[in-house]
Design a protein around this ligand. Structure first.
Ligand SMILES: [Zn+2]
Length: 82
């Protein structure tokens, strides 16, 4: 079970809650002031880590193959068995 970080809008305090992903957006009560005006803080690295790294190797291998006559727009470059 992941730990999500929440921020209280009443006292600007942060706290962590061990909860399920499905209950991530559920209302959490601030442990400091007992306010329910809290928001979950999304971890940015979870999204940037998977999306950015998967595209980079594709561009690198296409250019290194030597078949890039037009940069991939003609179609024959992309049909290489490599
Ligand atoms: Zn609070």
């Amino acid at each position: 079970m992941p730990i999500y970080e929440y921020r209280c809008e009443s006292c600007s305090g942060k706290f962590e809650v061990l909860t399920r992903f499905a209950e991530r957006d559920a209302t959490q009560v601030c442990p400091s002031c007992e306010s329910i005006k809290t928001k979950v803080l999304i971890s940015s690295f979870a999204f940037a880590g998977t999306g950015g790294s998967s595209e980079a190797p594709d561009f690198g291998s296409a250019e290194g193959g030597g078949g890039g006559c037009c940069g991939g727009s003609c179609g024959s470059c992309g049909s290489s068995p490599n």
